[in-house]
Write a new protein. Structure first.
Lengths: 435, 422
């Protein structure tokens, strides 16, 4: 169990001791992400995250990664829709370096104009790498069609036109507006004594002045009143299918029933930041789409979010089949799960799978730190700590109710990526063998 | 600190009568267990027109056995949140699974079932073939994968390291069920297999359970494939560009023949590679090509030193217009590493990184299992983790320079680029 504190300047502190290994992780979570962006500055939250690695006086450019490496640690930064976060994982006796880095760059990052210019090409390169992947292109269009009003509409990497023109001043203003102790959560998990860790956090972060409260984001997406579709064409010989349904955010009661629903449909979510998803071959959609040889794979994601987001499904079309066939098979499965309650066994299995994922995740303090911080951003830590209890309290009626509430055609956006490249007319794969 | 690493006192190692080596290590604090290992039925023996045979065969093992259908295997594992994968590689077929500790018997039972009595159901063969072929289509349009594929073929012509383990559209289309069955019968055996169990299970108990599940396996007619392919030379520079339409980024792989893990040059080369392309944010390459020039989202180097001499290479993802500049940046750093001794402080940094990061690498069950398998595979000794820091710290500045000069020639290198036509 974690303990929670708050400093006078508003910094929330979450601490969890763990003696499993002589390793400690330290995270700082800022309540700012792509949801705070408006057209013209899409991608700014992610770019600002990059700039925090580009130097302060205490840690000139390049020093952070070198000092972490020299001390045997790992570190990174992540930006997504609801947060920007930074972490260091180090041998337990070296963790102070992480605290010093974060307390320094919370307020002292330089945003040097030459570094801003250099980073522009790196970020554009990152976007171009993503554009090389048709599923990214399709996903970008599907999400944009699903959200007309809410800033979840655009990708965290940002639109290319904004990446080309965002200025150092705008980045600096973003930093001043959102990076302050009152808009942040510090998390430490590992081999330390909580009172001493709290003291040290107080010493380093306590003197930092709170900034003004950042402007709230109030752009609730109006209910979607009818099915939406996007069609993409592009190079390659592999086609793709995606579907997205509007679903509740993390802090709503229905979140847990929908988590079980999506587990049954497309498999459990993994809880390990650094590994691939758990297998989903017993899920209903794997059976309906992959076993039937319409798709070569199918995956689903229902991430916990601050505002209502999407349950997203993706399938890779098997050579010789079409996205339309996959859509028809999906429709049949959605219809079935709305009409008939899932079995008690399916419900139990979904819960057991999540329990196993929690156990695997607990082997790594970095994962634990991630989940504590993430839950504090989208809900609160009790959300994470009572997660399994909330799942265990569900009934098959709960799951059927949410299937009917959220999995309707009028609540969804569909996307087809049609490959138009050379050799796009693929002959039926394999050769027939005599039996 | 090193006293608490797995050691000869805490690592269990035993050999079963049928030739399987079992490694065990107990951890605390999470009720989970990992099983992983390998056996000798990889792609080395494949003729070029059957590329993909070992990979396809290994993939079929979890698609049905004498006692369980594909559906039943998945049901057995997924209903308890467990997972198991079996994958064909160049030298080996490797397997990895995890479960809650209470389900270790089940995990071992399913593994033993898949290894010993797969049935290769025809319908499943068709299905998996289609999945592999679709993946090969995707590969043809993936600049990163095409850069690596092209590089390997260019550096290792007519050599197992130059062939795709997954195969090619022409070769995989031609593989029939009987080919897979024949490959399985010819090469899958317990002799030389290594299996590690790491997690919330006492070592003795883990060893007993492995013996119960896999001890009876014989397969005496099968011959594990253990040859090591020869090293190659690079007598002249080689360069190949692959056009992949419709892409906005190009991927580059540039490299040389490397060395074996067992080579006395390995530890100095490992340090040299760390300085060049790993330390911090991708080493000197990252500093130059990403940070200074702003050219690449990723750039790093990799030393693939295994049972055979894999490549030593650098790779980057860049805007197509910047490919030549990125290559020049990489080669300049290679020249610097050869021509100027690494400052002592910089070498010390890389040494601290490698020794200091050991606790992080050993934090999870999977990390420990991987380390135990590496120790066994390369005969490093059960006290390897206690000796590790000493080995790393013993490397000197002249040794790093010497090994860079020996292996990294800035004028004669192998280069593959995949991206849109510029």
């Amino acid at each position: 169990m974690s303990e929670k504190h708050q400093l006078e300047n508003g910094l929330t502190v979450l601490l969890q001791e763990s003696r499993r290994a002589p390793v400690t992780t330290f995270w700082i979570w800022y309540r700012v992400g792509s949801r705070n962006e408006v057209p013209g500055v899409t991608g700014i939250a992610h770019w600002a995250e990059h700039m925090l690695f580009k130097g302060s006086e205490a840690f000139p450019k390049g020093q952070i990664d070198k000092q972490i490496a020299r001390n045997g640690g790992a570190m990174n930064g992540l930006t997504w829709m609801d947060f920007t976060t930074f972490f260091e994982t180090l041998p337990a006796d070296r963790i102070d370096l992480g605290l010093r880095i974060e307390s320094d760059r919370m307020v002292n990052a330089l945003f040097d104009p030459e570094e801003v210019a250099r980073e522009r090409t790196v970020i554009i390169s990152e976007r171009q790498g993503a554009e090389n992947q048709p599923p990214f292109l399709l996903g970008e269009e599907v999400v944009a069609a699903a959200f007309r009003v809410h800033p979840y509409h655009h990708q965290t990497i940002g639109d290319m036109c904004d990446l080309e023109v965002i200025s150092r001043q705008q980045l600096w203003d973003h930093y001043q507006a959102f990076y302050g102790p009152n808009n942040a959560i510090a998390v430490a998990v590992g081999d330390f004594e909580a009172p001493r860790m709290l003291d040290r956090i107080r010493t380093l972060f306590g003197p930092l002045a709170a900034r003004s409260t950042p402007p709230p984001v109030y752009r609730p997406e109006p209910p979607q009143r009818g099915e939406r579709r996007v069609n993409l064409e592009g190079p390659g010989t592999t086609s793709y299918f995606q579907a997205a349904y509007h679903v509740p955010p993390a802090a709503e009661d229905d979140f847990f029933a929908v988590t079980v629903l999506t587990s049954i449909l497309s498999g459990p979510s993994g809880m390990n930041l650094f590994s691939s998803s758990p297998p989903n071959r017993t899920s209903r959609l794997y059976q309906a789409l992959v076993e039937s040889e319409l798709a070569v794979s199918v995956s689903g994601a229902y991430p916990p979010t601050l505002d209502p987001y999407l349950y997203r499904l993706s399938a890779t079309v098997r050579g010789g089949r079409t996205a339309a066939e996959i859509e028809a098979a999906l429709d049949a499965e959605i219809e079935r799960i709305r009409r008939e309650p899932v079995s008690a066994t399916e419900l139990e299995t979904a819960v057991k799978q999540t329990k196993a994922q929690f156990a695997y995740s607990s082997e790594s303090v970095t994962n634990q730190g991630f989940w504590l911080g993430y839950s504090a951003i989208v809900a609160d830590t009790s959300w994470f700590e009572t997660f399994l209890d909330r799942l265990e309290a569900l009934t098959v009626e709960d799951v059927q109710r949410v299937a009917n509430a959220y999995l309707s055609h009028s609540n969804r956006t569909l996307g087809h990526y049609l490959a138009q490249g050379r050799g796009a007319e693929v002959a039926a794969s394999g050769q027939e063998e005599s039996r | 600190m090193s006293g608490s690493y797995p050691s000869p006192e805490t690592i269990g190692r035993s050999e079963l009568a049928n030739g399987i080596t079992v490694l065990g290590y107990q951890t605390h604090g999470s009720p989970s267990v990992v099983v992983s290992g390998y056996l000798w039925a990889g792609a080395l023996g494949e003729p070029p027109d059957r590329a993909g045979l070992a990979y396809f065969t290994a993939g079929m093992l979890t698609h049905g056995t004498e006692t369980r259908s594909f559906g039943q295997i998945n049901e057995a594992l997924e209903s308890v949140g467990a997972q198991l994968g079996i994958r064909g590689g160049t030298h080996n077929v490797s397997f990895g699974g995890k479960a809650l500790a209470e389900d270790l018997d089940l995990l071992l039972d399913v593994l033993a079932d898949c290894l010993q009595q797969p049935t290769f159901p025809l319908g499943e063969v068709q299905k998996l073939r289609g999945q592999i072929l679709t993946d090969l289509e995707r590969r043809a349009h993936d600049t990163r994968r095409m850069a690596h594929l092209t590089f390997d073929a260019l550096l290792y012509p007519d050599h197992p390291y130059g062939r795709s383990v997954k195969g090619y559209e022409e070769t995989v289309s031609g593989l029939q069920r009987q080919d897979l069955v024949d490959h399985y019968r010819a090469h899958y055996a317990p002799r030389g297999m290594v299996l590690a169990v790491v997690g919330a299970v006492p070592v003795a108990e883990a060893q007993e359970k492995v013996e119960a599940a896999l001890g009876p396996w014989r397969a005496l007619e099968a011959t594990p494939i253990r040859d090591i392919p020869p090293a190659v030379d690079l007598p002249e520079p080689r360069r190949q560009v692959v056009d992949v339409e419709g892409k906005t980024q190009a991927d580059v792989v540039l490299g040389w023949p490397g060395l074996k893990r067992a080579d006395p040059d390995f530890v100095p080369a490992y340090l040299a590679n760390t300085v060049l392309g790993t330390f911090g944010m991708m080493g000197r390459l990252g500093d130059r090509v990403r940070d200074e020039q702003g050219l690449a989202y990723y750039v790093y180097s990799r030393l693939e030193a295994g049972l055979g001499a894999g490549p030593w290479s650098a790779m980057a993802g860049v805007n197509p217009a910047d490919v030549e500049q990125a290559i020049d940046g990489i080669l300049d750093e290679v020249r610097r590493l050869r021509d100027e001794p690494v400052p002592a402080g910089e070498l010390a940094d890389s040494q601290s990184y490698l020794t200091g990061s050991l606790p992080l690498r050993l934090e999870t069950n999977e990390g420990i299992a991987g380390t135990l398998l590496e120790i066994e595979r390369y005969r490093l000794g059960l006290d390897y983790l206690q000796r590790y820091a000493g080995l790393i710290e013993a490397v000197t500045v002249p040794e790093v320079q010497e090994v860079a000069r020996k292996y990294l020639d800035p004028d004669v290198y192998c280069l593959a680029v995949a991206g849109p036509e510029v």
